[in-house]
Design a protein around this ligand. Structure first.
Ligand SMILES: Cc1ncc(COP(=O)(O)O)c(C=O)c1O
Length: 439
C-alpha cells in the first residue's frame, strides 16, 4: 500500500500542489487526500483509512457513493452506446422530472456544470432584457467565471445604502468584468431597492442562492424573497435562483417551493446527477424562447445532455420522488444537528449548527442564531481558530469535513441518503472526544 505522502510527491510532478483541482488541496493535511474507493456514506483513502463523509462530493453525492440505482442507469447508458450529442426519449423524461422538482421550469436546457449553467442563464437574461448588468449578493457563490465570481470569499467596503464594492475572487479577470456586476448585502430589501434605483434600466438580472449554503447555511429571512420577486416583476428584471446546492436538498420543489417564490430562471446541478456531471437551467417559456435555435442566445456543447449523466439523473430524480425520501433526510438532519448542538453546549464551545435539508454549517463562535441571516455579522464573530482545530481533528478521527471555508464564511457540510443512524451515532461519539480536545 502506498503512503499518501508518496502519492502526493509523485502527483506534484504533474499537478500544481499535487491536486487536479484547486479546491481539492486540503489545508489541515497540507496536501490533497488521495482516496481509493467510496461506498454509501463512507470512503477509504489510499492508505486504507475509513472516513464518514460529510463533504459528499461538494453536495453532488446526495444519493450516497456508488448508489446501485445510479450504477444501473450508467450500465443502461453503456448498453445503448453511451453516445453524446443526440437527444433521446430519456432527455424528455428527465425534463419532465426536473419540472416536478423545480416547478418554475416550463422549459429546460442541459449542460454539464453549475458554472456553465449560471453563465448561460446570465447570457440568456441579458438577451431577453437587452440590459447588461448583473445584480448579485455579497457572499453568494455561482461558479468561477468572469461574469459572476465576485465578492464570494471576502468582506468588501460597503456604502451607507448597502452597496458593496465589487471585487473579483481571482486575479486574471478582464479589467472591465467588474463593471458588469453590482453587489449588495443580502436580506436587506432597502439596499436592493436603492441599487435598482441607482442603476435604473441597467440591471438585466438578479441572481441569488435562495439558501446560500456557500455562506454556511444563510437562509432568506421572512418575506425577503417574496419582496425581491415583486420588485423584479415590477422592474422587468429577470430573477435567477441558483439552486445548484439547494436543489433537491430538502423537499420536492426545492427552495422555490419551500419559500413559495418562483424565479424566472433556475440553475440546477450537483445532486440532480448524483455524481455524474450534469447541470441545467430552465424557466419561463417566454424567457427560454430567446435561446437558440429559436432565439439569439446561443447555448450548446459537445457533452450537453450526454447519455450517461442523463440516465443517471433520471434515476436520481426518480429516487427523490419516492415516498419517505425526504422524511429520511429530515430525520437524519434532526438527529445530527441536535446531536452536534448538544455536544457544543456540553463542551462549552460557543456556536451552533444551522442546517436545512441535507446540508448544514457549523457556526463556531456565533452565539445569536439571528446573526446567521447576516453575512457580515457572521464574518465578524466567527471563531476561525476553533474551526481550524475542528477540521484538523476530524481528519485524524475518520470524519471528513472538507476544509472549504473561506476566510469569512462557515464551510458547508452535508450528508447523503445513505447515512444511517449508525453513521450519526459514530460521528457524535467521535465529535464528543474531538470537542473535548479542542474546547
Ligand atoms: C450555488 C452554486 N452555484 C454554482 C456552482 C458551480 O457549480 P460547478 O462546480 O458544478 O461548476 C456551485 C459550486 O459549488 C455552487 O455552490
Amino acid at each position: 500500500m502506498r503512503k499518501l505522502t508518496d502519492i502526493h510527491a509523485e502527483a506534484s510532478n504533474y499537478f500544481i500542489a499535487g491536486a487536479s483541482a484547486g479546491q481539492r488541496y486540503n489545508a489541515p493535511l497540507g496536501q490533497p487526500l488521495y482516496i481509493s474507493r467510496a461506498d454509501g456514506s463512507r470512503f477509504w483513502d489510499a492508505e486504507g483509512n475509513e472516513f464518514i463523509d460529510f463533504h459528499t462530493g461538494a453536495g453532488a453525492a446526495l444519493f450516497g457513493h456508488n448508489n446501485p440505482r445510479i450504477r444501473e442507469a450508467i450500465n443502461q447508458a453503456l448498453e445503448l452506446g453511451f453516445f453524446m450529442n443526440f437527444d433521446t426519449v430519456h432527455h424528455t423524461q428527465l425534463a419532465k422530472l426536473l419540472q416536478q422538482f423545480f416547478p418554475s421550469c416550463e422549459r429546460v436546457r442541459l449542460l454539464n456544470t453549475g458554472s456553465e449553467a449560471t453563465q448561460a442563464a446570465i447570457r440568456l437574461a441579458r438577451t431577453y432584457s437587452g440590459r447588461d448588468k448583473v445584480l448579485r449578493f455579497e457572499g453568494h457563490f455561482h461558479g468561477m467565471h468572469e461574469s459572476i465570481w465576485f465578492n464570494h470569499n471576502m468582506v468588501s467596503k460597503v456604502d451607507d445604502h448597502g452597496e458593496v464594492e465589487t471585487n473579483p475572487d481571482s486575479v486574471g479577470f478582464p479589467i472591465h468584468a467588474k463593471d458588469g456586476v453590482v453587489n449588495v448585502v443580502f436580506n436587506d430589501v432597502e439596499a436592493f431597492e436603492h441599487a435598482l434605483k441607482k442603476y435604473e434600466e441597467q440591471i438585466a438580472c438578479v441572481i441569488l442562492e435562495p439558501i446560500s449554503y456557500n455562506c454556511g447555511c444563510l437562509e432568506s429571512r421572512g418575506d425577503y424573497l417574496r419582496a425581491i420577486r415583486e420588485i423584479c416583476t415590477r422592474e422587468n428584471i429577470v430573477l435567477i435562483f441558483d439552486e445548484v446546492v439547494s436543489g433537491l436538498r430538502m423537499r420536492p420543489g426545492s427552495a422555490q417551493k419551500y419559500y413559495g417564490v418562483l424565479p424566472d430562471l433556475t440553475v440546477m446541478a450537483k445532486a440532480i446527477g448524483g455524481g455524474m456531471s450534469i447541470a441545467a437551467f430552465g424557466g419561463k417559456k417566454e424567457v427560454m424562447e430567446h435561446l437558440n435555435p429559436i432565439g439569439k442566445a446561443a447555448v450548446s456543447g459537445t457533452y450537453s445532455g450526454a447519455l450517461i449523466p442523463v440516465l443517471a439523473s433520471v434515476a436520481c430524480l426518480t429516487m427523490a420522488s419516492e415516498e419517505g425520501f425526504y422524511d429520511r433526510i429530515e430525520d437524519t438532519g434532526n438527529k445530527l444537528f441536535a446531536g452536534i448542538d448538544g455536544l457544543l453546549a456540553k463542551h462549552n464551545i460557543a456556536g451552533h449548527v444551522r442546517g436545512l435539508g441535507a446540508r448544514f454549517g457549523i457556526y463556531f463562535g456565533v452565539e445569536n442564531p439571528e446573526d446567521d441571516f447576516d453575512f457580515r455579522k457572521v464574518a465578524a464573530v466567527q471563531d476561525k481558530t476553533t474551526y481550524k482545530k475542528f477540521v484538523t481533528e476530524c481528519v485524524k478521527n475518520g470524519l471528513w469535513f472538507h476544509d472549504t471555508a473561506g476566510p469569512v464564511s462557515p464551510a458547508h457540510y452535508g450528508f447523503t441518503i445513505a447515512h444511517t443512524q449508525r453513521d450519526v451515532d459514530e460521528t457524535l461519539e467521535r465529535l464528543d472526544s474531538i470537542f473535548a480536545k479542542i474546547a
